[in-house]
Ligand binder design. Sequence first.
Ligand SMILES: *Cc1c(COP(=O)(O)O)cnc(C)c1O
Length: 950
Amino acid sequence: MRTDSFALRHIGPKETNLKAMLDTIGVDSLEQLIYETIPDDIRLKSPLNLPEALSENQYAEHIGKLAAKNKVFKTYIGLGYHQAILPAVIQRNILENPGWYTAYTPYQAEIAQGRLEALLNFQTMVSDLTGMEIANASLLDESTAAAEAMALLHAVRDRKQKKNDVNKFFVSEEVLPQTISLLQTRADFMGIELVIGNHEEFDFSEGFYGALLQYPGKYGQVYNYKDFVAKSNEAGIKVAVAADILSLVKLQAPGELGVDVVVGTTQRFGIPLGYGGPHAAYFATKEAYKRNLPGRIIGVTKDLDGNHALRMALQTREQHIKRDKATSNICTAQVLLAVMAGMYAVYHGPKGLQYIADTVHSSAVSLEKELKALGFEQLNSAYFDTIQVKANAFSVKEIAEAAEINFYYPDADTVAISLNETTTPEDINNIIAVFAQLSGKEAGRIKELAKEEAIPAEVARKTDFLTHEVFNAYHSETELMRYIKKLERRDLSLNHSMISLGSCTMKLNAASEMLPLSNPQWGNIHPFVPVEQAAGYQIVLKELEKQLAEITGFSATSLQPNSGAQGEYAGLLAIRAYHESRGEKHRNICLIPSSAHGTNPASAVMAGMKVVVTKASENGNIDVDDLREKAIKHKDNLAALMVTYPSTHGVFESAIREITQIIHDNGGQVYMDGANMNAQVGLTNPGVIGADVCHLNLHKTFAIPHGGGGPGVGPICVAQQLVPFLPGNPVIKTGGEQAIGAISSAPWGSSLVCLISYGYIKMLGSKGLQKSTEYAILNANYIKERLNEHYKTLYSGERGRAAHEMILDCRPFKAKGIEVVDIAKRLIDYGFHSPTVSFPVAGTMMIEPTESESKAELDRFCDALISIRQEIEETSSAEDENNILKNAPHTAQMLTSDTWEFPYTRKKAAFPLDYLADNKFWPSVRRVDEAFGDRNLMCTCPPIEEYMEA
Ligand SMILES: *Cc1c(COP(=O)(O)O)cnc(C)c1O
């Protein structure tokens, strides 16, 4: 046996465990289990056509060679992306640290206080710099954030505007091209009329509800928007501004002008370009709009003892709950990147940011002076970091590329040059040399940076920012390292124990997959460089597209969507475009089973569809008769069915082919939500079940870490008839011949983390991928059988098997006063993160172990749940709230307190099973009070005195 095979490292159970596990389940072989799990008519007949697996060492060599094919030029393209310096202390202690990158979205606040604090820092940083009252903890990129602003302002129109259906949204032509393209994609289906024009000629009198401005403009010109905003406010038009976060250090905060929303990217706060992403976008607004704010908001609250605690606020706004009434479909965000950008601000503090912004600005001023001395005209009358030079673009490009320099060329006579944090005087001299060569003159050389300012006093920033203690305390590496560690210790991640979140697929994120992310040959590539400079990326992305098409049984892939929900939206738009291409634009009905994830209906509504919910039958499956009836009833307008497979109930429904046939017979297309793809890879696929398009969550099935709530990648794979409609990009050609427009800012979305999935597939190969799926199913069914006597599994397939996850019914314990959250919180005392709570069925837990967990870990987890089941039995009655479950989790502070007034021992509270003596995780707060925080909403770092009081 090869012991260097990656599959051995990735898959938890050993061959020697297999017999015992199969015995517990009651089957003779893995083949038999799979036979009993997956319906015969959808099994693949042959193995996946993918190359042999590489060992980890072979892969390191392979990916290193590809990295060397990328040409890392000095790049001054700008357009929303600027090279930045990732402080090494953040790279090592966060980006490369599984304690941070393997965490999940902080739904279990008691074991997530670390990243919650880091995200609160991010929100505070954004609020300070933008001058707004409230900010969320990240959106997917600047362009989608701008689209969310367009939607939010539409949702909060005043009564008269709503009554008169005022639906025009003005977009300044100074807005970034990728943002305009994305707004066009979105506006169409929301009944919004987009008007693009010059903001200086804007007519405030007619029929607009909102406007979007770029600050500074796309090629660097800084405008004073004071009058525009004042006139807009007078006319009842609400204004959103897309602002460069670093420029706000030197420019007046848009909030001071009275705007309603400020959005942008925080990429240049230390995040690698990564050929487009991932980067965290920000969204800041007025508190009055808090219920419409998309994405996650972190808020301050208190725990059971009244101590300061954090948690995600106002969850009732989200698509999970509001479904087709939701105003946004965002689920996975960019938490890891937001944590890093926030930490960049913590590390540099206000003085450090001031220094960086001043230096960037002075560099641009110095460059302008020298170019003027050479006789070139510069167009921007006021600017922060970007100048526009009049020169023959073609000639400049030739000389610049020979010198390994990229500029941006707005037209044949203009060169836009965006400087950044990494630009040195030497770099500036090299730029000057390009223009000197063009003009045939002697190049001047700068020795020190100019002192002049190109920012007029009336738009200069005059207010403080980052005054909070946290931004002024950790400026040495020792201090910051310890601060990061302090926060990390409060969080339970995969480097402590299994996180068996059903539907979320928390599997191993292997170090070999992650390592290339730190390589600057991958990190320092701007998304808009000429494609031939990104040859390494192009090979990886094309290959990954092909691999995913093979795995799904489809024809082509788009890697552009930055999350599963974004993929849903892209896939539905492709379906709409397909219908339209056949003269069937009217098809707008989307059937969605009642058990669907909340993003499904939210995405369908964003795509301009009407949602018709279909029933579940008694055994949890789709009620085929109800589905047929509704498909026939709507056959003239049926656009699509959205179906999750295997179902969100963790079952391979055997009627699936009949279901997809019914939809096709009635003129619809089938969208398969691929969140559960971990149960399919190598055994069956969306093509075989009869779907036409699916998204994959590369951050679930394909090993991208969840990062505490992002990044994600949600590619869509499509059948032949949908290929022409794959999403495009206005700057770099990509996508289909009749592309639906941009879905994300960057042509290939979050390219950098696509390396992880590429490595995953390369190192597992066809056999390893299939084996992973088989072991995911094995592990789930093992847990199901081990817990069988103690908990009821709600649904199973026809032969009694679960797929890769199962739902445990916790509703019967209500008779004892025990809710499913009590079990979730008690699991913390046992060192485990709770499984998914109350999705897709209220009062239940959904467990998905994945293939990466060993038998020993599965056994520990089962022992914990069985022990908790015993504790439920021991609780006396529903009236008595003072029991070990209701009081969970138990903190070290409680345990070591001088008084102990609980009706059970301290040992039982904290060390109920023996394994805990060896490896105990201590939650940093007691159970948090959700309602208190929502009533007293506070979304920025509270003053230090508040901690003292508590
Ligand atoms: C995770 C998930 C989604 C949404 O994916 P994101 O990447 O979080 O946007 C959609 N459907 C199902 C079933 C999921 O589990």
